[in-house]
Write a protein that binds this ligand. Structure first.
Ligand code: 5AD
Ligand code: SF4
Length: 486
């Protein structure tokens, strides 16, 4: 969505307004004057590169950040030698942090050759006090540091850096506000993420998200629907509703609304052809939601339902609020109502105290559910979470062995399950030119499976009928069938 800022009504010479989003528009106008002067001086517009780590929430945040930068006058680039480089970081596992520190080394070298470069860091990792301390002391070349709660302040923080000339650090501990109506720049013209809520209240014992993303806050349904309508008017066919636990959407609103009710409202928006959502916590998945999914032709036949572990004992330690049996019963209920649903999951191996028996329970769930795909993770100790203090951290070699066994089985099952639609015609959203085959497109089925098929780039963004000729494990090769949806 491109909402143009009307700079004409803003006087950058006046003091800044106190209200949002006007305040940010004011600072964007100030930065814009700077960008115009840069363009005049250098004969080109300043360039900006955003690197996104982590989940779809971060991807959506990056679209908003890019929207602001473009309004300021930056030109987007994929090159980290840009005039403005922003890392939107993740901290869900230790590896994510290590990658950021590693890459900062390269940025330091680039900045030595180009001293006017502005380097900014934001996102989940910046919400950790020890990370910010380390950056202040050992990464002095970083210019701007902000967190997850104030991404809407990018223009203001950039202006401060430009006018003060020293490192700007502004990380909020928490927030209860949601700033609406800032510009966003979509990666794909035909599909978009839509935040429906922020934060998480679940405190799974291994997870750092509630600490870095704060308490759960739902957007008002009318704001969400207005955004979805704007997106549809702008040519968007598919929306992905985003939240850490969409099934608890709306509980904290002044007038509570269930997620199923919200889905019905989104379903009614004309022009939207596909609705996806992420992520569902099994403990809050209602029968009402299953019914709405079963009766809608727009809601995709895909549910990401993280199980995390198959051992009821470990699930209790994880603070997940369901047992293995309850999870399996839920899967059965979903499959009874929506037989062709594709199920995916997240699994953690090596949670503190996990025994071989516990692990075999996880393998058993995998055998019974037969997921379309599963993201498997090695438990990563996050300082400040209850699990980090738990006894019985599992030795690395044991975890690695379990992880390999799990991954092998998950992949075998996945390649068997994913091929079930071979030799049928399916609706596919054509998304992009194929990376490997000239003249081919890559698209996605309703259940999220990838399909490669010969086709013209003009089809990108539309839903087409594709005959699935061959299953290749995790994806299909296909060809266009006769009729087209649009
Ligand atoms: N270690 C390993 N995996 C984790 N996840 C969250 N926290 C951790 C951790 N400390 C996984 C969960 C979650 C996914 C987004 O990341 O499986 O569903
Ligand atoms: Fe983390 Fe659990 Fe919240 Fe998901 S539901 S973000 S795993 S605390």
């Amino acid at each position: 969505m491109k909402q143009n800022i009307h700079f004409s009504g803003i006087d950058p010479e006046l003091p800044p307004p106190a209200e949002e989003p006007d305040r940010q528009l004011y600072f964007a106008a100030k930065c814009r004057q700077w960008a115009d002067a840069f363009t005049k001086r250098c004969g080109r517009r300043p360039t900006a590169c955003i690197r996104t780590f982590g989940c779809q929430m971060n991807s959506r945040d990056s679209e908003k950040l890019l929207g602001v930068l473009k309004q300021i006058g930056y030109e987007e680039t994929d090159d980290e030698q840009a005039d403005f480089v922003l890392y939107n970081t993740c901290t869900v596992r230790e590896n994510a942090n290590k990658r950021v520190y590693g890459r900062l080394g390269y940025l330091n070298a680039a900045k030595k050759k180009k001293p006017d470069m502005i380097i900014a860091l934001c996102g989940c990792m910046m919400q950790e006090a020890q990370v910010v301390e380390k950056i202040r002391s050992s990464y002095r070349f970083v210019d701007i540091v902000f967190g997850t709660h104030n991404i809407f302040q990018l223009a203001e923080l950039l202006w401060r850096r430009l006018s003060e000339g020293k490192m700007v650090v502004d990380v909020w501990e928490g927030t209860d506000r949601i700033v609406e109506d800032l510009p966003a720049e979509r990666k794909y013209p035909f599909k978009s993420g839509v935040n429906i809520m922020f934060g998480c209240n679940n405190f799974c014992s291994y997870c750092i998200v509630p600490y870095v993303r704060g308490r759960e806050r739902s957007r008002r349904p009318e704001d969400i629907i207005a955004e979805v309508r704007r997106l549809a008017a702008d040519g968007v066919a598919e929306v992905m509703l985003l939240g850490q636990n969409v099934n608890s959407y709306g509980k904290t609103l002044d007038t509570p609304v269930t997620f199923a009710e919200l889905l019905k409202q989104v379903d009614a928006v004309e022009g939207i052809k596909r609705i996806r959502f992420m992520t569902s916590h099994p403990k809050d998945l209602s029968d009402e939601l299953i019914e709405v999914m079963a009766s809608s032709s727009k809601i995709c036949r895909h549910l990401h339902l993280p199980v995390q572990s198959g051992s009821s004992r470990i699930l209790k330690q994880m603070n997940r609020h369901y047992t293995k049996e309850q999870y399996l019963e839920l899967v059965e209920r979903i499959r009874r109502a929506i037989p062709d649903i594709s199920l995916t999951t997240d699994i953690i191996v090596g949670f503190p105290g996990e025994t071989e028996e516990d692990f075999l329970e996880t393998m058993d769930v995998v055998e019974r559910v037969r997921y379309d795909s599963a993201f498997t993770f090695i438990y990563s100790k996050r300082t400040g979470t209850p699990a980090a203090e738990m006894p019985g951290q599992v030795p690395e070699n044991v975890v690695k062995d379990r992880f390999d066994r799990l991954l092998r089985r998950v992949q075998e099952i996945s390649s068997e399950v994913c091929g079930r639609d071979v030799h049928t015609v399916q609706k596919v959203l054509a998304e992009e030119p194929d990376d490997h085959l000239a003249g081919y497109l890559t698209g996605r089925m309703d259940n999220n499976t990838i399909v490669h098929f010969p086709g013209d780039e003009s089809l990108i963004g539309s839903i087409v009928d594709v005959y699935l000729e061959e299953s290749r494990g995790f994806y299909y090769m296909g060809k266009l069938a006769e009729s087209r949806d649009e």
